[in-house]
Design a protein around this ligand. Structure first.
Ligand code: SAH
Ligand code: SF4
Length: 352
């Protein structure tokens, strides 16, 4: 393993300290920063306004990113690209880019290798936890897509922290990554164009609310009784629904933002009209929206997606309570890039 550090793991403040220690003028850190995050160069030698000696010194100590691209897959309609990336210690993560007709380009990125939360229907949960990603490793996933898009005359417009891992379990690195994505001198992605999805870590949601950012919050709900939710999402035993809903109300109060609830529709499990009614009762009057996602089948769970008629009925029932919802189009299913499918294939081939 290389002894050099990824420069993406340096904050601007840390970079300033390093350059000061090298006797460089104070504006150099900002110059480097803009080369990295605005121009997205991949090589210190491209930093044209730095003296050659400084470029050489940087290259001796740092690398411009350390994610190795193992494979890239494009869906048959060309609108979804999935990347498998290898971290310096050999861990594998995935990130996905989705193109929409309205010009939105959304990167779905990972915050951990594996996940400790053990949700039964999730491919990442089925693998268990390997480690947290660093802020640089989180940001670099978005940078890879942003760079690719810019070379095609386009721009990365949105980021969702919905890949592998539970972002609020890796709180500090996730918040640092969000700040970096949002930085006007860097990727310049508006807070309202960044969404964080959580399984429901209540104290972390409260802390996140206190940051008073404008980041979109998505909550993986999937069930409306504690008994049912605990079966699917073990974390519910620790922080039951009533506490979770309190934390959500607090987030809305602190930020004024509408919260999204995610509901993976599993045939015969959580897709009945009665469940939709209870969900409607629970959410009516709340500043929220429900994303209905027909389950993506995974190898470790035998549930199946609800059929379209059920999905429609569920959505209509919610509508009766004044609760808005949309059915999330499953993207990149032919390249296993759907929610909860990330890394499933690799984990499988590992077992062979
Ligand atoms: N750990 C975070 C974010 C990553 S998962 C969280 O759980 O919210 C992103 C979303 O995909 C979550 O709503 C999760 O519940 C959902 N998901 C996981 N596995 C899925 C599957 N097999 N089918 C449909 N959605 C799934
Ligand atoms: Fe982790 Fe989210 Fe998967 Fe649950 S759904 S195991 S929290 S990645």
């Amino acid at each position: 393993m290389s002894m050099t550090v990824s420069i993406y793991d340096m904050s601007l403040a840390a970079l300033q300290i390093q350059l000061k220690a090298w006797g460089e003028p104070s504006y150099r850190a900002q110059q480097i920063w803009e080369w990295l995050y605005r121009h997205k160069v991949t090589d210190f030698n491209a930093m044209a306004n730095l003296p050659q000696a400084l470029r050489d010194r940087l290259a001796a100590y740092y690398q411009v990113g350390r994610l190795e691209q193992v494979t890239t897959q494009r869906s048959s309609d060309g609108q979804t690209v999935k990347r498998l990336l290898r971290l310096p210690d050999g861990q594998l993560i995935e990130s996905v880019l989705m193109a929409y007709d309205d010009k939105r380009r959304t990167a779905c990125i990972s915050t951990q290798a594996g996940c400790a939360m053990g949700c039964v229907f999730c491919a990442t949960g089925q693998m268990g936890f390997a480690r947290h990603l660093s802020a640089g490793e989180i940001v670099e996933q978005a940078l890879l897509f942003a760079r690719q898009l810019e070379s095609e005359g386009e721009r990365l417009s949105n980021v969702v922290l919905m890949g592998m891992g539970e972002p609020l379990h890796n709180y500090d690195a996730t918040l640092e990554a969000i700040a970096r994505l949002n930085d006007p001198d860097g990727l310049n992605i508006g807070q309202r164009h960044i969404t964080l999805s959580t399984v429901g870590l209540v104290p972390a949601i409260q802390r996140f609310a206190d940051e008073k950012l404008q980041i979109g919050l998505a909550i993986s709900l999937h069930a409306v009784t504690d008994q049912e939710r605990s079966q699917l999402l073990p974390v519910n035993r620790r922080w039951p629904l009533a506490e979770l809903l309190d934390a959500v109300r607090y987030y809305i109060a602190q930020t004024g933002r509408r919260v999204t609830f995610e509901w993976a529709l599993i045939a015969g499990e959580n897709d009945t009209v009665e469940q939709a009614q209870r969900l409607g009762e629970l959410l009516k009057g709340l500043l929220c929206h429900v994303n209905l996602i027909p389950l993506n089948p995974t190898h470790g769970y035998d549930g199946q997606p609800s059929n379209p008629a059920r999905v429609n009925h569920f959505q209509e029932t919610l509508h009766g309570y004044g609760v808005s919802s949309s059915v999330r189009v499953r993207r990149g299913i032919d390249i296993q890039a759907g929610c909860g499918q990330l890394k499933a294939d690799v984990a499988q081939s590992d077992q062979q």
